[in-house]
Design a protein around this ligand. Structure first.
Ligand SMILES: Nc1ncnc2c1ncn2[C@@H]1O[C@H](COP(=O)(O)OP(=O)(O)OP(=O)(O)O)[C@@H](O)[C@H]1O
Ligand SMILES: [Mg+2]
Length: 315
């Protein structure tokens, strides 16, 4: 770990009991030696503090830090997809985040420092217009597949202060967008290949799920399928929500926020069930089944905590 970094997540992958490898759930097994592989996520202490300050100044309390793609995956992925193997790609404003799941376990995470903002920047430069107009052009008329636009489709952008309006062909607009999206997706695909997707045992059968505001870009799904050759769908964060939800929540841009809320609620409900030694509650499910309702930390959670402390102190 480099100076100025802090551990955010310690995610167990698989275990070895007395040399026997690839064990997913060692609870209940006998053995003298237990080993494990962990996926460790680290972040810059200064960035974490800045996020903390933003949360505080918004009048909220920070309870935990979660890596963005992990929160998004909570909101948009199904358990079957995580079992089959899936790559979640969250195309945000500043970054594009990747989380790979296989056999129900998180296998790889990565953050690529480009997202929708850089596409807007390209349009601004390429068409010599202001950022607000570039963003509007991208979201209203933009497409990742220039072949879908005809040469005679033109948008007129009002000129600044008495200047002549600018005419931009949608084909050119899409060409600018296409070039940058290809670059971003190729980087993500390199990460997927580095994980080992081409090995039979590691194949991501459920393909790719695209989310984040960038997933709203027209024809982005088709382009991702074309570059990666993998089955792709758009992940909407209202998929796991009960009842009729606000229409806005169906936008992929809210995947992280919905995922964070789901994780927060889950943690809260777990905490509410925690009772400490002196205050053990008993739940009676049937006549013969009296069990203490103590929410104990599993040995692996304790392990993960110890490992995290060890790494924190290592530097
Ligand atoms: N209809 C659309 N077409 C194309 N791009 C869109 C559309 N709607 C939103 N975007 C882009 O999505 C990006 C914002 O996505 P999102 O809200 O997921 O980002 P964020 O989570 O705030 O950023 P980050 O993940 O980098 O922290 C912006 O670049 C925006 O231009
Ligand atoms: Mg985001």
């Amino acid at each position: 770990m480099l100076p100025g970094e802090e551990i955010i997540h310690v995610l167990p992958q698989d275990y070895k009991v007395d040399g026997q490898a690839e064990i997913k759930a060692p609870i209940g097994m006998y053995g003298g030696r237990l080993e494990a592989n962990f996926h460790v996520v680290v972040g810059q202490v200064s960035s974490i503090r800045n996020v903390g300050r933003c949360i505080k100044s918004a009048g909220l309390e920070l309870s935990n830090i979660t890596l963005e793609p992990l929160a998004s995956s909570e909101a948009v992925l199904s358990q079957e997809e995580k079992e089959a193997g899936v790559a979640l790609i969250d195309i945000g404003g500043g970054t594009t985040d990747l989380a790979i799941f296989k056999d129900g376990i998180i296998r790889h995470t990565s953050v690529i420092p480009f997202g929708g903002n850089v596409i807007t920047e390209d349009i601004k430069e390429g068409c010599s217009i202001i950022e607000k107009q570039a963003e509007l052009l991208k979201t209203k008329f933009g497409s990742a597949w220039p072949g879908e636009n005809k040469e005679n489709e033109i948008v007129s952008i009002p000129g600044l202060r008495g200047r002549e309006p600018k005419e931009i062909t949608l084909k050119n607009l899409s060409k600018i967008i296409h070039a940058r999206v290809v670059e971003i997706i190729e980087q993500v695909y390199l990460e997927i290949k580095n994980y080992g997707h081409e090995e039979t045992k590691k194949k991501l059968i459920a393909g790719i799920v695209l989310t984040g505001g960038g997933a709203e870009l027209k024809h982005v799904k088709q382009l991702v399928e074309y570059i990666t050759g993998m089955d792709t769908r758009i992940g909407y964060p209202n998929e796991h929500l009960a009842g009729s939800t606000d229409i806005d929540l169906s936008s992929p841009a809210y995947a992280t926020a919905v995922g964070l809320l789901m994780k927060g609620l889950d943690k809260k409900s777990k905490n509410e069930n925690v009772t400490v030694n002196s205050n053990v509650e008993y739940s009676k499910n049937n006549e013969s089944d009296f069990r203490p309702k103590v929410d104990r930390k599993s040995i692996f959670e304790k392990w993960a905590e110890k490992f995290r402390e060890f790494l924190d102190n290592a530097e």
